[in-house]
Structures are given as structure tokens and as C-alpha cells.
Design a protein around this ligand. Structure first.
Ligand code: HEC
Ligand code: HEC
Ligand code: HEC
Length: 429
């Protein structure tokens, strides 16, 4: 329950289709590159709207808030922000008029951005982003909770103020990777578990909670540490880099809110930067002792016999086998394997349930839409059937994740139903 509230409280993130942001052009300058790495567009735009004009609705249990217009329009945007004003908003979480920003804007991570990068970012927004006249929508947080001053206390308690400082015991590539992952790319905003005050439990490599996996926005962002089954311990550095460049590798395909990152950010980074992030991530130690994943063909034989014993195997044969295969190996790199896939082994099953119910947003890497996507089964399959199929794949081919219950599937239906008012997920359009 706790995680649900965190999820609802803080998150955000809409994938912005490519055409809208002219994303096919290579980054023209340093500022644009930094804006890509910060993925500013994912939050500060809506589908069908102008780039960076804001207006993305983010639901919270206290009421919705909206991202703001950060185009250089002087009346409705940030046109009269000085560099110092801009800096205070991006790295300090305080708007020009002095009000504290909600940490849905990831300033606790952006606090690590260097002076040079802030300046480049400012120049990009002021000189290259076309101004758009579009008034900000007021926050719908009512009454006492709408008062922003407690955020100042929050900042005092939870912000690790200060620009990223290179660690002397690591090489340049590792430090560059750390700067991107902990700072600009704010990977922890989704992948790090949150505490009672909704703060990320760790903001850098010195914390074992950093990137340990978290549930947010009705998706579970898995563990990115060295854990052998539920983390990235079984992925090579190259496999990780290829996932960040293309959304694919031999072990997985991106979906859920990770699509925001792939459609707008990491594929636009240089190979050196992506490799640096991969090297840094591979250095994060496991937090749980797990045996390495080993493939087991018992489920393959059960499926091939045509006489499945488990109810979930029958659902799998009827609906999933044509793509993911009786051997659970899919057709990498386009159709992901389910055998040994950390997203399938994730302790929190919300991503799997959400994906099977609703499928995923299109993955569009640098203008190229993915040819294969997962169908949705919201109408076609019952809660029982989805729970059975997921429990089956979580136990088949050497996988060893806990079963999924039909109550868990039932609970996910209304909160991920696009046509329902009861949506608590933060991405609302
Ligand atoms: C995860 C979502 C998210 C991302 C990513 C994000 N922002 Fe924001 N940003 C917000 C939200 C939400 C607000 C408004 C918060 C509020 O009203 O308290 C905001 C507010 C701001 C403001 C204050 C504007 C004003 O009018 O008061 C600036 C400036 C800003 N963001 C710049 C950026 C830049 C530059 C980037 C990329 C480096 C970025 N943001 C990335 C969500 C995001
Ligand atoms: C907006 C939330 C969000 C942000 C920001 C985010 N991720 Fe993710 N990520 C997810 C979700 C949700 C998944 C699970 C779906 C999937 O596997 O694609 C995921 C999956 C992944 C996976 C696949 C893991 C697996 O076990 O299959 C990797 C690797 C990854 N993210 C790395 C990163 C890195 C590196 C960053 C920062 C550059 C990042 N993510 C930023 C939400 C996010
Ligand atoms: C038409 C082919 C197709 C069918 C049928 C299909 N899938 Fe998928 N599946 C995909 C593709 C492609 C992806 C990659 C992510 C996406 O497209 O959303 C995927 C992703 C997944 C993932 C996430 C793994 C990852 O790393 O991306 C799971 C779990 C999954 N499918 C389970 C199932 C189950 C269970 C069924 C049957 C109820 C099923 N799939 C039916 C094509 C299919």
C-alpha cells in the first residue's frame, strides 16, 4: 500500500511522440544534448502539445499538479528567468517567485548538474526553444496541503545539495556514468525505493538502496544493481549499453514508463556516455544473495506435450506461445525471452500485470517505431487467467518468482484503466 501512495504522490512522465518534438534531428549543441540527457521533454510536454509548453497532469492523492511552461515566453513561460533564477529552479527546486517546487520535478537529482551544463541548458531554452504562449494550470492540491512551505523543510532534510564530485578511486568513465545516472538522467526517480516522506532512499552509489527497484505510476522499475536474478547481475556491460541505446537486447525489451526514457533520452547520447552509464551501473553491488539463473526445460516439455498440467500453461499455450515460444526464449532481440528475464523475476508483479492488461506505449527509438509490440489482454482474459499465465511464466524455465494472485490483477484493472476517473496513476492525458 505504501508504495502505491509513493507512486501516486510523486510521479509523472508522459512519453512524447517523436514528431512533436522533432526528435529525429541530431543534437545541435551542448545545451540540447544536456536537455536530452535530463529528459526535460518527457514531463514538460503533452501529447499533441508544443514541446516544453508544459501541462502534463500528474495525479496525487492530494490532488493533481501540472508541469509548467519552460519555453522562453516572457508571460507564461520562463522568458524572464535569469541564469540564476533558472539555476535555482533546476538545481534547487525554487521557482523565480520564490515558491518551492514539488519534487515531481527531479531537482534532488538535478542538484548534481555542473555549472557548465546548467549554463548550456539555459542557453538552449532561451535561444533555441521557440516561445509558446500557454498559461500554466494551477495545482489542484487544496487547502492546507496546498501550502508549499513544508517543501522547504523537505528540501533541508532530504536534499543532498551540491554538484557531483568525482570519486578519486574510480576512472573518468565511471565518474561520467555516475554523473549521468545519479544526476541528469535521474534514473533513481523511478528505480529507487522511496521513504515515508516520499524521498528517494538513496541518491548515489554510496547507498545500497540506490536503484534497488521501486513501484511507481503502476509500473515496477526493477533493480538495476548486481543482483543475479532480479537485478542486472546476469547482463554484460554491452547488453546493458545496447538496451539503453535501442530498448532491446537478447535479455529484454523496454516497456512501461521506461519507454519515456528510450523515446526521448538515452538513444540520443554518445556511445561513450552510454558505455559510461553501463560501466557505472555494472559496478553497483548486489543487495541480496541470489544464485545465478540457470535454464531448465521442464516447462518447455510440458508445453510441447500439448497436455499442460498447470492451468497457467494452458493460458500460455492459447495466448502467448506464438511469440514467446514454448522454450520461453522469445525471438531476441525483438520479442523478449521470459526465461531468466529480470523484469519477469521482479518481486513486485505490477509491471507484468499492467503490461498484459494494457500492453505498452510504442517504442520509437530515434524516429524508428518498433515493429513488434505486445498485444493487450484486458478484455480477452479474466483476472484468473492473467494471474495463472503470469504465475506460470514466473515459475517456468528455471524462473523462481512468487505467484501472482487474481486479487492483484483485479486491483490493477481500475487504476490502469484509461477510460476511468479512478485512475491514480500519474500519467494522465
Ligand atoms: C519527472 C518530471 C520532470 C522532469 C524530467 C523535468 N521537470 Fe521541470 N518540472 C516538473 C514539474 C512537475 C514542475 C512544476 C512543479 C511545481 O509546480 O511545483 C517543474 C518545474 C520546472 C521549472 C519551474 C518553472 C516555473 O515556471 O516555475 C523549471 C525551470 C523546470 N521545471 C525546468 C526543467 C528542466 C530544464 C528539465 C530538464 C533538465 C526539467 N525541468 C525536467 C517536472 C519535471
Ligand atoms: C520514468 C521512470 C523511469 C526512469 C526515469 C528510468 N526507468 Fe528504467 N525502467 C522503468 C520501468 C517501469 C522499467 C520496467 C519495464 C522494462 O523492463 O522496460 C524499467 C526498466 C529498466 C531496465 C530493464 C531492466 C530489466 O530488468 O529488464 C533497465 C536496464 C533500466 N530500466 C535502466 C534505466 C536507466 C539506466 C535509467 C536512467 C538513464 C532509467 N532506467 C530510468 C522506469 C524508469
Ligand atoms: C504478438 C506477439 C506477442 C504475444 C502474443 C505476447 N507477447 Fe509478450 N511481448 C511481446 C513483445 C514484442 C514484448 C516487448 C515489450 C512490448 O512490446 O510491450 C513483450 C513483452 C512481454 C513481457 C515483458 C518482458 C520484457 O522484458 O519486455 C512479458 C512478461 C510478456 N510479454 C508476457 C506475455 C504473456 C504472459 C503473454 C500471453 C498472455 C504474451 N506476452 C503474449 C510480444 C508478444
Amino acid at each position: 500500500m505504501k508504495t502505491k501512495i509513493f507512486a501516486a504522490m510523486l510521479v509523472v512522465l508522459g512519453a512524447v511522440p517523436l514528431a512533436q518534438a522533432q526528435q529525429t534531428a541530431p543534437p545541435a549543441d551542448k545545451g540540447e544534448y544536456v536537455a536530452r540527457a535530463g529528459d526535460c521533454i518527457a514531463c514538460h510536454s503533452v501529447v499533441g502539445g508544443k514541446p516544453f509548453a508544459g501541462g502534463l497532469k500528474m495525479g496525487t492523492p492530494l490532488g493533481a499538479i501540472y508541469s509548467t511552461n519552460i519555453t522562453p515566453d516572457p508571460e507564461t513561460g520562463i522568458g524572464n528567468y535569469s541564469l540564476a533564477d533558472f539555476d535555482r529552479a533546476v538545481r534547487g527546486g525554487v521557482a523565480k517567485d520564490g515558491h518551492n517546487l514539488y519534487p515531481a520535478m527531479p531537482y534532488p537529482s538535478y542538484a548534481k548538474i555542473t555549472d557548465d551544463d546548467v549554463r548550456a541548458l539555459y542557453d538552449f531554452f532561451m535561444k533555441q526553444v521557440p516561445p509558446v504562449k500557454q498559461a500554466n494550470k494551477p495545482s489542484e492540491i487544496k487547502g492546507v496541503m496546498g501550502i508549499r512551505w513544508p517543501l522547504a523543510i523537505w528540501n533541508m532534510l532530504f536534499m543532498d545539495k551540491g554538484v557531483y564530485v568525482a570519486k578519486k578511486d574510480h576512472d573518468d568513465a565511471w565518474n561520467r556514468g555516475a554523473y549521468l545516472v545519479e544526476g541528469l538522467e535521474h534514473c533513481g526517480a523511478c528505480h529507487t525505493p522511496r521513504g515515508l516522506a516520499f524521498q528517494e532512499k538513496g541518491l548515489d552509489a554510496s547507498s545500497g538502496a540506490f536503484l534497488q527497484g521501486a513501484e511507481l505510476d503502476a509500473w515496477s522499475a526493477p533493480n538495476l544493481r548486481g543482483d543475479l536474478r532480479t537485478g542486472l547481475g546476469g547482463w554484460s556491460k554491452d547488453e546493458l549499453a545496447s538496451f539503453l541505446k535501442t530498448g532491446h537486447n537478447d535479455k529484454a525489451v523496454a516497456f512501461g514508463s521506461m519507454i519515456d526514457v528510450l523515446n526521448n533520452s538515452t538513444p540520443y547520447l554518445s556511445d561513450d556516455d552510454v558505455n559510461a552509464m553501463a560501466a557505472y551501473l555494472k559496478s553497483l553491488p548486489a543487495t541480496t544473495q541470489q544464485a545465478a539463473y540457470v535454464y531448465n526445460d521442464a516447462a518447455t516439455k510440458e508445453l510441447q506435450s500439448g497436455k499442460p498440467q498447470q492451468p497457467g500453461a494452458a493460458v500460455y499455450l492459447g495466448n502467448c506461445v506464438s511469440c514467446h515460444g514454448a522454450d520461453g526464449k522469445g525471438q531476441a532481440p525483438f520479442i523478449p525471452p521470459l526465461a531468466g528475464n529480470p523484469a519477469v523475476l521482479d518481486g513486485i508483479p505490477s509491471s507484468l500485470i499492467n503490461l498484459v492488461l494494457n500492453s505498452a506505449e510504442p517504442l520509437v527509438v530515434k524516429g524508428m517505431p518498433d515493429a513488434y509490440r505486445m498485444p493487450q489482454y484486458r478484455v480477452q482474459l479474466t483476472d484468473d487467467e492473467i494471474a495463472q499465465a503470469l504465475s506460470f511464466i514466473r515459475g517456468a524455465w528455471g524462473n523462481d518468482a512468487p505467484a501472482v494472485t487474481s486479487a492483484q490483477v483485479k486491483a490493477m484493472r481500475p487504476i490502469t484503466d484509461p477510460s476511468s476517473d479512478r485512475v491514480i496513476v500519474l500519467k494522465m492525458r
